[in-house]
Design a binder for this molecule. Structure first.
Ligand code: GDP
Ligand code: IMO
Ligand code: MG
Length: 425
């Protein structure tokens, strides 16, 4: 199995960091293909916790090459801060962390615009990291690619071109744009650090795949945040679905061997937008507390709710999922009953599909299952799980029509039941 894609099947924060870290134990390369510092992927090893934003979650595996591909948007200051943090922890990045020279650069005016818009009535609850405005520049064909760092005159020209385009928007938002000099001065200290890491990542990744190296394409965000397939307009500005992996990394779909979806045993969402199975009661609060459901980038409390099977089936189809990994099953321990949404009642009738056009008016139809009291973190095989937890997993697997290959029962590496590793058939 040389090339696998790992994507979030919900609204992000499914535990991609933990699972990618586990599956990169035997991988040669791990590639982030989209998004930027809006992501926060948590890695827990022993008592140590590390949150990576731009850097792939394979960074802890010293023999794994980590690549930031051209589908990403990269804030150079965030990247350097992350490099410093990794170095402080003794993690070597030199020579094994490579960055596409065609990835787009998040610049101070992107962050400014993102923040200003979030103060207005069109706010959607972004991470305010400038991700949306940077992708806007990219599709408007006036973005700045990291390769421009090699040529200061070109860099200045591209920054000036973008500033000119943003001027009316920023004026309308009642603020002032920084000058090109200010923008260039802000990024100058990062240039020397980033230049040696720049590569043609498409050629690198495609060659690795062709040579049958073990490559993980690591998703950020989640299916329902996809700009085409998510709960638009409450989405991010990239394509976190499996197709986005091919576009963002530059690998043809025929070269992908397996697509794995990650799903939490319940649902969370940060920011605005529809969330039909959201809980506004003590159970929702309990899940937030026990699951430590606070944004790893912004610290915002995550909204919590029951698992949504119509949404999961949607993710299975949109991504063509071959397998599922389920995380945070332990968080449901101690509940008397566990509910799961199996269908929706909508103004046009009952449906087992996610009624994307009617989500605001859709009423979840729940099935209730008995809860369990046993601690799950020490389970290493399915037979170690209490019967009620297994019944819950059986229902999810049957309804999703995709097999589980991993069950996660805690944030640590060892708190995992690995049923199959795609790299160790
Ligand atoms: P990502 O963005 O998909 O990588 O997920 P985040 O790192 O933002 O959020 C997932 C959180 O859940 C992190 O704090 C993880 O350490 C934690 N986590 C991952 N898997 C499990 C699990 O099975 N059980 C528990 N209790 N926590 C988990
Ligand atoms: P990971 O990779 C959860 C959400 C934001 C907001 C919307 C748009 O850690 O799973 P943006 O800043 O991207 O323009 O915000 O998308 N969002 C995430 N939610 N996890 C993420 O990443 C997210 N990245 C963006 O909260 O609702
Ligand atoms: Mg996250």
């Amino acid at each position: 199995m040389p090339a696998i894609v790992i994507v979030g099947a919900q609204w992000g924060d499914e535990g991609k960091g933990k699972i990618v870290d586990i599956y990169t134990e035997h991988a040669d390369m791990v590639v982030r293909f989209g998004g930027g510092p809006n992501a926060g992927h948590t890695l827990v090893v022993g008592d140590d916790k590390l949150v990576v934003r731009l850097v792939p979650s394979g960074i802890l595996r010293k023999d794994t090459t980590c690549v930031l591909a051209q589908g990403m948007v990269i804030d150079p200051t965030s990247l350097v801060t992350e490099l410093d943090e990794l170095e402080r922890r003794g993690i070597v990045t030199k020579g094994r962390l490579l960055v596409s020279d065609r990835a787009h650069v998040i610049l101070p005016y992107h962050v400014l615009v993102d923040g200003l818009r979030e103060k207005g009535k069109g706010a959607i609850g972004t991470t305010k990291r400038g991700v949306g405005p940077c992708y806007e520049d990219k599709v408007a064909r006036r973005g700045v690619q990291l390769g421009a760092f090699r040529d200061p005159a070109k860099l200045r020209e591209h920054v000036a071109r973008a500033l000119e385009a943003w001027a009316p928007t920023v004026k309308h938002l009642g603020a002032e744009l920084p000058s090109a000099d200010d923008v260039l001065a802000a990024i100058e200290p990062t240039r020397a650090r980033i230049l040696p890491m720049l590569v043609d990542s498409q050629a690198l990744v495609e060659r690795a795949v062709r040579e049958k190296k073990k490559v993980v394409l690591e998703g950020a965000q989640g299916t329902l945040l996809d700009v085409d397939h998510g709960t638009y307009p409450f989405v991010t500005s990239s394509s976190p679905t499996a197709g986005g992996a091919c576009v963002g990394a530059g690998v043809g779909p025929t070269r992908i061997d397996e697509v794995v979806g990650l799903v939490k045993a319940y649902t969370t969402r940060v920011g605005g937008g529809p969330f039909p199975t959201e809980l506004h009661d003590d159970v929702g609060e309990r899940i937030r507390k026990i699951g430590a459901e606070f944004g790893s980038v912004t610290g915002r409390p995550r909204r919590t709710g029951w698992l949504d099977l119509p949404a999961l089936r949607y993710a299975v189809r949109v991504n063509g999922l071959d397998a599922l990994a389920i995380t945070k099953l332990d968080v449901l321990t101690g509940l008397d009953e566990v509910k799961v949404c199996v269908a929706y009642d909508t103004p046009s009738g009952r449906t087992r599909d996610l009624p994307m056009d009617e989500l605001e008016h859709a009423k979840p139809v729940y099935e209730s299952l008995p809860g369990w009291k046993e601690e799950l973190g020490s389970a290493r095989a399915m037979t170690d799980l209490p019967r009620a937890a297994r019944s819950y997993l059986d229902l999810v697997e049957k309804e999703a029509e995709v097999p589980f290959i991993l069950v996660s029962t805690g944030p640590r590496r060892e708190e995992t039941i690995v049923l199959r590793d795609p790299f160790r058939p």
